[in-house]
Write a protein that binds this ligand. Sequence first.
Ligand code: FES
Length: 234
Amino acid sequence: MGGTFLFDGQPVPFEDGQTILQAARAAGRYIPHLCWHPDFPPHGSCKLCIVKVGGRHVSSCALPARDGMEVESNTPEINGERRALLQMLFVEGNHFCPSCEKSGNCQLQALAYELDMSSARFAHFFPDRPVDASHPDVLLDFNRCIFCELCVRASRDVDGKGVFALTDRGIHKHLVVNAESGRLADTDFAVTDRAADICPVGVILRKRVGFAVPIGERKYDRASISTVAMEKGE
Ligand code: FES
């Protein structure tokens, strides 16, 4: 049956079962997101996709579109809240973009540019999260984890391995490897796994290919994440 809703004042059609984010994307309208991925069910954790519907803030990746609803997305208020969420993500982890080999290909960094985030604003937590270089082909830098659980979901639901998990709560929440030793080398993780290429930031990195793409030619060097996401269907 489907219907139509207003997205920032413009009519957007939707089909039954589509979320606001899915319908908006199908209509060429970008909504910032981090934990949502077109190949996986909505997760609803990062809240970057918030929009305003009927005066309430909702996660557009999870809320089904309804006929006649009025959705506000690209407004100073909503973008300001998205910026604050980004700032919290930056201070919760250890994100040093200039020295990170995911720089230029990182969704967190690209969204910070997209939303004009010029400083972290809050005090940094500087959590202590050792890296895991035990695997022959992949390095894990837990410092950059944003808890989107895409690697958890990909490893469990696509690869059928369940290599990753999140543990603890609040500032102590962190990504772990499901092995008695806690080391990636002691799992059956492979560089060909879906989970190896799913991280939107710089946690899961292939060895021996760091900084292979020069500055200026990286994913988000030439176009903003909103443009890239719509072109590539991400
Ligand atoms: Fe919707 Fe993360 S993209 S909550």
